[in-house]
Design a protein around this ligand. Structure first.
Ligand SMILES: NC(=O)c1ccc[n+]([C@@H]2O[C@H](COP(=O)([O-])OP(=O)(O)OC[C@H]3O[C@@H](n4cnc5c(N)ncnc54)[C@H](O)[C@@H]3O)[C@@H](O)[C@H]2O)c1
Length: 258
């Protein structure tokens, strides 16, 4: 049995939304487990994040700017990954955005943007990954970051487009899992509850009362730390989970069971 430090030795992983937040934390877990990592993000800061991760872990890394909603941008980003680190056999789709307005105030443009990034982006990147892994006869694993909002309407904030998008990501995970299992590609999902990421940190700072309400509803009594996703991610990305197909794993300190 491989140790965690060599679990992904010789393999390349792509993580989207990896310039910061949960994506960067999951990229770090994979790097510490021996993978070469391509960090993809819309933010230019992704290049600095990739260099810092290489220094911190000794892993080979590359940071690539991408807009996951643009098929050509996705294709070019994957070309760059192949040139630098080879064909990837692990993909983590973590790029995502939230929505804050009420349904009555949400413009058609805001609605489309959230669906574009969270659903279409996850689809386009997954398809690019799978077509290359299948052509190289390598197989692989895809982990889509959904949300507890795939399954519950968390309150008191309003976020209908986000909830709908994350429900779609959970179904996308199941659908792709069935289509691609015969090609040796396993697709699963992680559905986090409230985690202290860059996405939530600003919100918590400016809405302390709402953050208190969130925490009061979490049986564990606190928000999750991004590093707490690492073990579940490594399990789903590796052959240790060979018989796990198309599942969405909720990790939320118990939020959705009460
Ligand atoms: N933090 C939480 O509590 C929480 C809970 C449940 C689910 N999630 C999900 O986890 C994922 C990561 O969230 P986070 O908290 O780290 O957020 P974050 O905002 O810190 O990170 C998201 C990253 O995605 C990138 N991104 C956004 N649009 C992009 C695009 N079009 N192309 C490429 N990159 C793009 C951003 O630049 C950013 O670096 C998201 O899908 C989010 O919905 C987060």
């Amino acid at each position: 049995m491989s140790t965690d430090a060599t679990l992904f030795a010789g393999r390349t992983a792509i993580v989207t939304g990896a310039a910061r937040g949960l994506g960067l934390a999951m990229a770090t877990a994979l790097a510490r487990s021996g993978a070469s990592i391509a960090l993809l993000d819309r933010l230019d800061a992704v290049r600095g994040a990739a260099s810092a991760l290489a220094t911190q872990t000794g892993a080979r890394t590359v940071g690539v700017a991408v807009d996951v909603t643009d098929p050509l941008s996705v294709q070019r980003a994957f070309d760059q990954v192949v040139e630098t680190l080879g064909v990837a056999t692990v993909l983590v789709n973590s790029a995502g955005i939230t929505s804050g307005d009420s349904a009555l105030e949400t413009s058609p443009e805001q609605w489309s943007r959230v669906l574009d990034v969270n659903v279409t982006g996850t689809f386009l990147v997954s398809r690019e990954f799978a077509s290359r892994a299948i052509a190289a006869e390598l197989g692989g694993t895809v982990i889509n970051i959904a949300s507890m909002s795939s399954f519950v309407v968390n309150v008191p904030q309003t976020q209908t487009p986000y909830n709908v998008s994350k429900a779609a990501v959970a179904m996308l995970t199941k659908s792709l899992a069935i289509e691609w299992l015969p090609h040796g590609i396993r697709v699963n999902g992680i559905a986090p509850g409230y985690f202290a990421s860059d996405m939530t940190r600003d919100f918590v700072a400016t809405n302390p009362e709402m953050a208190e309400q969130w925490v009061s509803r979490i049986p564990a009594g606190r928000m999750g730390e991004p590093s707490e996703l690492g073990d579940l991610l490594l399990y789903l990305a590796s052959e240790r989970s060979a018989y796990v197909v198309g599942q969405n794993f909720v990790i939320d300190g118990g939020y959705t069971i009460v």
